[in-house]
Design a protein around this ligand. Structure first.
Ligand code: PGA
Length: 204
């Protein structure tokens, strides 16, 4: 199976014109592109960075139905930045997973510790994201390969686990070939079209 490459643009770029330019440069390469909500409609992207567990009286939230209507297929859930800055708990993330599945969308469930995903169906797409390895827009600090490999081995019964955290064109192959992950969640490096395409080329 081909590795799954997911671009997590986070809160970038700052204008629709820049978002369009970046999207045009990387679409049709088989990756899942997750721009901010406000660009989804214009870009017709196949991924989103989050969603709420319901529709209705929830100010500021976006429902799974809305995403489905726009043609979104994949939804990142439980990213450590949402836990950290938006106070998301495992209980909230579980509700979101159920709502996304009920709408026929595919959740990409981020976790750092196995306890966070222990009760979930092993058939979901997971993404191991050690928070210390996330670039935060600065220098890359990837998780040590041996430790990442150990985590993947611990999850041997999970068919689909991605790696996320300072992934770039230099280390992408190692996380797939040596550590055994089924794909990558790419933050900072997905904002540079050339670099992102290079990642895809090196592992697909
Ligand atoms: P990074 O982000 O590639 O910039 O480390 C990964 C992520 O948080 O999704």
């Amino acid at each position: 199976m081909k590795p799954l490459i997911v671009a997590n643009w986070k809160s970038n770029p700052q204008t629709l014109a820049e978002a369009k330019a970046l999207f045009d440069a990387v679409e049709n390469r088989g990756a899942i592109i997750c721009p901010p909500f406000v660009y989804l409609s214009a870009l017709k992207a196949n991924g989103a960075q989050d969603c709420f567990w319901s529709s209705g009286a929830y100010t500021g939230e976006v429902s799974p139905e809305m995403l489905k209507d726009l043609g979104v297929e994949y939804v990142i859930l439980g990213h450590s930045e949402r836990r950290k800055y938006s106070g998301e708990t495992s209980e909230m993330i579980n509700k979101k997973i159920k709502a996304v599945l009920a709408e026929g969308l595919k959740p990409i469930v981020c976790f750092e510790k196995i306890q966070e995903i222990r009760k979930l169906s092993k058939e979901l797409i997971f993404c191991f994201e050690p928070s210390s390895a996330i670039s935060r827009g600065g220098a890359y600090k990837p998780h040590p390969l041996e430790k990442a490999k150990k985590m993947r081995q611990t999850l041997a019964f999970f068919p689909f686990v991605l790696y996320g955290g300072s992934a770039n064109s230099q280390n992408a192959r190692d996380y797939i070939i040596k550590a055994g992950f089924q794909g990558l969640l790419v933050g900072k490096a997905s904002l540079d079209a050339k670099e992102f395409i290079e990642i895809i080329k090196t592992i697909c």
